[in-house]
Design a protein around this ligand. Sequence first.
Ligand SMILES: Cc1cc2nc3c(=O)[nH]c(=O)nc-3n(C[C@H](O)[C@H](O)[C@H](O)COP(=O)(O)OP(=O)(O)OC[C@H]3O[C@@H](n4cnc5c(N)ncnc54)[C@H](O)[C@@H]3O)c2cc1C
Ligand SMILES: NC(=O)c1ccc[n+]([C@@H]2O[C@H](COP(=O)([O-])OP(=O)(O)OC[C@H]3O[C@@H](n4cnc5c(N)ncnc54)[C@H](OP(=O)(O)O)[C@@H]3O)[C@@H](O)[C@H]2O)c1
Length: 272
Amino acid sequence: MTVATETRAPALIPENAAFLSAKVLWVRHWNEHLFSFAIERPASFRFRSGEFVMIGLPGEKKPLMRAYSIASPHYAEELEFLSIKVQDGPLTSRLQAIEPGDELYLGKKPTGTLVLDALLPGKRLVMLSTGTGLAPFLSLMRDPDVYSVFDKVVVAHSVRRVSDLAYHEEMTGRLAEDPLVSDEAAAQFHYVPTVTREAFHTSARLGVLIEDGTLFSGIDGGATLDPETDRVMLCGSTEMIRDFAKSLEAQGFVEGSNANPGSFVIERAFVG
Ligand SMILES: Cc1cc2nc3c(=O)[nH]c(=O)nc-3n(C[C@H](O)[C@H](O)[C@H](O)COP(=O)(O)OP(=O)(O)OC[C@H]3O[C@@H](n4cnc5c(N)ncnc54)[C@H](O)[C@@H]3O)c2cc1C
Ligand SMILES: NC(=O)c1ccc[n+]([C@@H]2O[C@H](COP(=O)([O-])OP(=O)(O)OC[C@H]3O[C@@H](n4cnc5c(N)ncnc54)[C@H](OP(=O)(O)O)[C@@H]3O)[C@@H](O)[C@H]2O)c1
């Protein structure tokens, strides 16, 4: 992992009663549009794998906060995030400059629907993501509970460019370096990347990969999605979620929530 070195004094933030504050531990830049970072996990902070939380920096009058999926699993000592860099984005134009030792605000109440609790039992868990929608699935794929609940854990990630394939090596290597899930992942984890706007071995959108069966090649179970045995999680752009939710419902899948578990769940990776 590339760890940024400190080049200036850490940027500390004033205390705020509404939020926790936490120090940045490391930063990893994937390309000019994407980076990952981790912060210390405050002792009081609890979450379920797949949830999101507000994080931010001091603003003009009050902290400038944005929703972020937590990319690390619920047992991890640090809180990891995968972030876009929006050129003129109020938060990310500044957040992309963070360095180890800097402080961030962290919301006190993580929440979300991309959690095991919102799904009925099943055999295959199929997680479909575009862009930074991969983040909550990074949390779930590194959670041992996921491998005891499902026989097969499939993560599909669609991006525009090859360099947008964050965590590609780790996932291609079936999480072999992860001390807690490497054994389970070797047998149960499947990673299906696709790059839609540059040359790559797989270049169709996720819907096409499902229709032509590519998504399931080499994975036990049928070559199509089955609402009896498959459970689906969606995270990506509004358009992607709308398209897939419609198609899943037409196939007999029922949307789940924390209160009423179902056969698929959704979360927008951003509001755009
Ligand atoms: C439930 C939820 C979870 C989220 N989780 C993440 C996450 O894990 N990682 C992450 O980077 N962002 C995530 N976001 C988006 C995040 O909240 C911010 O929008 C993002 O950090 C940009 O903030 P900003 O202030 O720089 O720009 P904003 O003013 O918030 O956004 C400006 C524009 O940039 C585009 N944009 C914003 N976020 C993204 C994105 N992630 N991918 C592509 N285009 C984007 C949209 O067109 C948006 O209108 C999430 C949003 C929601 C609602
Ligand atoms: N990734 C970048 O290079 C980049 C960099 C900076 C800023 N941005 C901005 O960030 C925003 C989002 O960019 P993004 O690349 O993260 O997300 P995106 O445009 O949603 O594309 C990510 C992936 O999702 C696919 N996709 C989009 N809509 C889909 C749908 N309805 N069904 C199935 N697949 C779908 C795309 O395929 P297609 O390629 O076929 O659309 C692509 O493979 C845009 O406003 C963009 O301008 C992107």
